[in-house]
Design a protein around this ligand. Structure first.
Ligand SMILES: C[S@@+](CC[C@H](N)C(=O)[O-])C[C@H]1O[C@@H](n2cnc3c(N)ncnc32)[C@H](O)[C@@H]1O
Length: 281
């Protein structure tokens, strides 16, 4: 299924006039956000760690010339950017292309190898299960999926060492735990929380004054992390030990959830929230 960008109107409204602005699209995906930024006159640097998006990114580069640059790396690499920017936009999680292809192993709806790697490199979910102790696995299920009875489930998964998505699904007896277990493993395989924290850690120093950081989140764990980090930024009053150096200050942008119309047209928007902040000095 084609990827329909989530909360794009809200993101565009939050960004305001982007003509000639420099925007980092941290999660290129199908390029829906990048295209909207470019069409509104922005210069875009886009990241994505999935090698499958490369062809689309190259097409966009052909179309927009030096207004568009693609960096095929995890977005924590924004720490290597030497310039400053007018916006950083994170549309977190996975795309429809990733979830819809059973051989990527993200979905419990189709059978495929238990892979779940966005980058198609490193440890797959199957490798992670093999390498983890029952305790580690239980912690992953608990922390990243809020799975009840995580210990019992971790023991069952560990002893069966499932190689496919359907094998994993067959081990989960409570249907309500299926999606959270898949989500927890995906977050662990892709170090999603580590990536998000490392990236947001460097954003304040790389934003121009008046610049914005916008995050679209898809589950309560990542939403809580973004909310807490943004709250820290907006509450920041500088370093009392170095009063001469003014810490950047941020103002919150109103949090937006999808409208009924968007929910109707795009079920993937179901649990989405857009949060944002503006760097005021
Ligand atoms: C929800 S999709 C983005 C969709 C995009 N906004 C669009 O309109 O087409 C998320 C994308 O971010 C990528 N991604 C997720 N985490 C990443 C990370 N830490 N570094 C780089 N890319 C990441 C995924 O591979 C996926 O393609």
């Amino acid at each position: 299924m084609k990827h329909i960008p989530v909360l794009l109107d809200a993101v565009m409204q939050a960004l305001g006039n982007v003509d000639n602005k420099k925007i980092v699209d941290a999660t290129f995906g199908a390029g829906g956000y990048s295209r909207a930024f470019l069409e509104s006159g922005a210069h875009v640097i886009a990241f994505d760690r999935d090698p499958n998006v490369r062809a689309d990114a190259e097409k966009m580069a052909d179309e927009y010339g030096n207004k568009f640059t693609f960096i095929p790396k995890p977005f924590s690499n924004i720490s290597d950017l030497s310039d400053t920017y007018d916006a950083f936009v994170f549309d977190l999680g996975i795309s429809s292309m990733q979830i819809d292809i059973p051989k990527r192993g993200f979905s419990f709806r189709g059978n495929g190898p238990l892979d779940m790697r966005m980058s198609e490199s490193g440890m797959s979910a199957m490798d992670l299960i093999k390498a983890s102790s029952v305790e580690d696995l239980a912690q992953i299920l608990r922390n990243f999926g809020d799975v009840k009875k995580a210990g019992i489930l971790a023991r069952a998964i560990k002893s069966a060492e499932p190689a496919t998505t359907f094998e994993l699904k067959s081990l989960i007896h409570n249907p309500r735990d299926v999606a959270p277990v898949f989500q927890a493993l995906r977050i662990a395989v892709n170090d999603e929380i580590g990536e998000l924290k490392r990236a947001l850690d460097v954003v304040p120093t790389k934003l121009n004054v008046g610049g914005k950081c916008i995050c679209v989140t898809f589950h309560s764990l990542e939403d809580r992390i973004v909310k807490e980090i943004f709250r820290k930024w907006t509450n920041s009053i500088g370093d009392p030990h170095m009063p001469e150096v003014e810490a950047p200050h941020f103002i919150p942008i109103k949090t937006i959830s999808p409208s009924d119309k968007e929910l109707e047209n795009n079920s993937r928007s179901r649990s989405a929230h857009m949060r944002g902040v503006i760097k005021s000095y």
